[in-house]
Design a protein around this ligand. Sequence first.
Ligand SMILES: C[S@@+](CC[C@H](N)C(=O)[O-])C[C@H]1O[C@@H](n2cnc3c(N)ncnc32)[C@H](O)[C@@H]1O
Length: 236
Amino acid sequence: MRLGKFYRRHLRYPLWRLTHPFTRYEAYYAWVVTQKLKRGRKHPAIGPHAYAARGEREMIDVLLRHGLQPQQVVVDYGCGSLRLARPLVEFLAPGKFWGLDLAQDFLDAGLVHLGPALHGEKRPNLRVIDDAGLAAAKTARPDVIAAWHVLGKVPDQIFEDFFRNIVGLMHPGTRAYLQFEDTPTRRQLHGLAWSIPRQMLLDTLARIDPGLRVTIHEIKHNRHRGIRYVYAEVGY
Ligand SMILES: C[S@@+](CC[C@H](N)C(=O)[O-])C[C@H]1O[C@@H](n2cnc3c(N)ncnc32)[C@H](O)[C@@H]1O
């Protein structure tokens, strides 16, 4: 393993933890990405160089297949800098889009990505994930919650809390669509990303609320890497 890769996988987090003993893990994720952007390095998903490798319609096309309507309230949970959100903001009626993420810097970059005309016309709600942001999004009574390329960024120590936040936004009519990389056992894919065995997700959701119904839909199976690209459809 190269030194840089070894540092990112095994040393960076324990070293950060030493100097931030009481800070939440989410701040570590935001710090790593922000440092990278500040150094002018490209991040594939966040900031000025974000690039939608599977196309920016990747998320909205799934939601449309499940019957998304313009008047529905949609939360893009872990929206980053809105790489996959623009077609959604365009499709939805004004004020119906909610983008939630860990850092205001990412949301600000999202506004640049949308541009002032679309922002002015559709007035998306962009909020940091904290008590106030979650409460505001819950009050909007989301019909749909979508999280694309987010679940894999959640390590074991905050795994259940992450899903509690999402379930906390749901009412009996909400459908959540949660994309993840499914493997038979949990695997670290890179310094900040893990696969999720589907049973781990099913068990976690059942612990949080046994009334939830979950269906796993497969998008693609990469036999070479042993990874199924899937999303969970979650509702009551
Ligand atoms: C790879 S980016 C994807 C962003 C966006 N969904 C997209 O596809 O363009 C992962 C995003 O998940 C967010 N994220 C990471 N950990 C999270 C957590 N525990 N709760 C909520 N969001 C998180 C990050 O801040 C980041 O914006």
